[in-house]
Write a protein that binds this ligand. Sequence first.
Ligand code: AP5
Length: 224
Amino acid sequence: MKIILLGPPGAGKGTQADFICAALKIPKISTGDMLRELTSHAFVNETPTQKQIRNLLNAGLLVPDDIIVQLVTDRINEADCANGFLLDGFPRTIGQAEALQQAGIQINLVLQLQVPDAQIIERLSGRRVHPASGRTYHIKYNPPKVADMDDETGEPLKQRRDDEESTIRTRLEVYKLQTEPLVAWYSERAAQLQTKYVAIDATGSVEQVKESILTAVNATKAQL
Ligand code: AP5
């Protein structure tokens, strides 16, 4: 099963990706996590590309297509992706979707998570993350068992640099301009690409959204 999770920043892609991957036993390919990992230890001997990526991430702007497409196609070619994978945060431009198509990678299901802007700002400003694993919490809606500590390792949680309100607004604008056109791109090509396209109302609780997603995933699985 090859799945794309599409949706604005803070829609809950990372949160739901973990549930789907655990249910289907497939790896999660999160381009945001990969880029953060690539730049997290890079202050000493930082390459020009690492510096460029770090600056773009902190500003809430997209990394160029050629860099990201190479990262993702290399990752998909690894052995653990042979039976499927979930793409969280990729593709994010029509150019990236075309590159995926040209590489002959056939996606079974595109899930679009829909959440209005006001809810997104609340979700992102309360988000806390465990940097090493990418595990995500929310101080009110999805709190860790012990405040500010990761449930599995007990290590401290952090706030992402791009979760400041002004950067969240930039990320929302970037989403509308560069990523939202993918909604029409995929829904219009669903038959041609043999890809199921399902829009999910992601405004409910984490559990409610999870149920809607698992219904769509199981229906797609039954048709394969
Ligand atoms: P990335 O890390 O992918 O960020 P994003 O798409 O902006 O998405 P987020 O991680 O912010 O949100 P999410 O939808 O995963 O929500 P989450 O589950 O955490 O990308 C970061 C940057 O990397 C980009 O800005 C760009 O610079 C670069 N980049 C990445 N991919 C790229 C690409 N393909 N091309 C070019 N550049 C790229 O949930 C958010 C919060 O809400 C959490 O606190 C969570 O606990 C809470 N929550 C989740 N669900 C619910 C719910 N149902 N109810 C209440 N709270 C909820």
